[in-house]
Write a protein that binds this ligand. Structure first.
Ligand code: SAM
Ligand code: SF4
Ligand code: SF4
Length: 373
């Protein structure tokens, strides 16, 4: 078999500090991009490191022992993260998701959670503060995260079969530990936990029904995510994408489902409940490949080292850390963020759909573990 050859040029540093506008208009809480999409959701990557090597995200051949992860000094500190997040909130962000890499590997994350939980929207409202984790150390951390003010948890889990799960995470990590993490989160008081499964045709699509059977009857939303062409290292192929419509068909063959309305505007998941009376649980699908949802995309991403990305498939970021560490005032940074968002026109997935599933031409895309999933 021919060796897989993957270019490993480092594009992390391709970003420039955004200009500070001459007029420093104060944030109004409503910021629209060129497609009239508001800024509502901020995802913050708190580390680019991970203890898993999921082949669709951090393939082992690339992210090996020699891979240069970011040095500690280039990471935004908790104080810097909270300062920048506060400016996004002033611009209208209502939901903050902590992600990575594996966010629970960042030391003292509960301290950051407590600092972010203290932020209030312009109208005094609490933020929707959430975390996406691979669940590997959730059992130990769930209570502290809850006490610190974390609102919700999403756990990624690609199989319920131990051998398949160990292959998917490529770190020989047992499924039982993740399941104990989910149980611990429930015991700590997290309700309606989301469990995300990335479906790769031919690799773990045989796990769709076993996963549904396992979580059916619990207050858990099981969501199936189409395998995406994020980054430039996972060797993505369209024929490995199982369209969400087929996921739902497979589940509906065994369990009757009833569609649910979207819970929030701009929600990325289509949702169903089980038709059988009194049976808890929810099924969701996120069809970023077969049914692009760029039209409602209100998400910005802040990378581990403080670069702002406007799309999961972006190639270039806007270096907010340069402003933060360069002595810019809050008013200046807020105005710079405002200008960047107002110029946003990203809609990668729609362009991919328009091109029949082929990746639109362009520069190499940033990796997901770095900008945050
Ligand atoms: N390490 C944490 C985790 O796995 O939950 C948080 C970061 S991870 C990048 C966030 C989410 O992105 C996970 O649910 C993961 O399954 C998903 N993801 C990563 N690469 C993906 C890909 N190529 N296609 C679809 N989803 C992907
Ligand atoms: Fe790590 Fe999450 Fe990426 Fe898997 S998906 S390699 S757990 S960051
Ligand atoms: Fe948003 Fe970009 Fe995804 Fe479209 S492709 S939904 S713009 S992140």
């Amino acid at each position: 078999m021919a060796d897989k050859v993957i270019a490993v040029a480092d594009h992390r540093y391709r970003a420039s500090a955004p200009p500070i506008p001459a007029r420093l208009d104060a944030p109004t809480g409503v910021l629209l991009d060129t497609l009239q999409r508001p800024l509502r959701d901020l995802r913050i990557s708190v580390t680019d490191r991970c203890n898993f090597r999921c082949s669709y995200c951090m393939p082992k051949e690339v992210f090996d022992r020699d891979y240069a992860f970011l040095p500690q000094s280039s990471l935004l500190t908790f104080e810097e993260i909270v300062r920048v997040a506060g400016l996004f909130v002033a611009h209208g962000v209502r939901k903050i998701r902590l992600t990575g890499g594996e966010p629970l590997l960042r030391r003292d994350l509960d301290r950051l959670v407590a600092m972010l939980a203290a932020l209030r929207g312009a109208d005094g409202t609490h933020l929707d503060l959430t975390l996406t984790t691979n669940g590997s150390v959730l059992e130990r951390k769930a209570v502290a995260l809850k006490a610190a003010g974390l609102g919700r948890v999403t756990v990624s889990l690609d199989a319920i079969d131990d051998a398949i799960f160990r292959r998917m995470n490529d770190a020989d990590f047992p499924v039982a530990d993740v399941l104990r993490g989910i149980d611990a989160a429930e015991r700590a008081g997290f309700g309606h936990i989301k469990v995300n499964m990335v479906v790769k045709r031919g690799t773990n699509d045989g796990q769709i029904l076993p996963m549904a059977r396992h979580f059916r009857g619990r207050d858990i939303a099981l969501r199936f995510i189409e395998y995406m062409d994020v980054g430039a290292t996972n060797g993505w192929r369209m024929d490995e994408v199982l369209p969400s419509s087929q996921v739902v068909e497979r589940i509906a063959d065994e369990f009757a489902l009833v569609p649910l309305p979207p819970s929030t505007p701009g929600e990325t998941a289509a949702r169903w409940r089980y038709a059988e009376a009194g049976v808890a649980g929810e099924i969701g699908t996120i069809s970023s490949v077969t049914q692009a949802f760029c039209r409602d995309c209100n998400r910005a991403r802040l990378s581990t080292e403080g670069k702002l990305f406007l799309c999961l498939f972006a190639s270039r970021g806007h270096d907010l850390r340069a402003l933060v560490r360069g002595g810019a005032s809050d008013a200046e940074i807020a105005a710079a963020i405002g200008l960047v968002w107002q110029q946003r026109g990203d809609r990668y997935s729609e362009l991919r759909s328009a091109a029949g599933g082929a990746a639109p031409a362009g520069e190499r895309r940033v990796e997901m573990h770095y900008i945050g999933g």
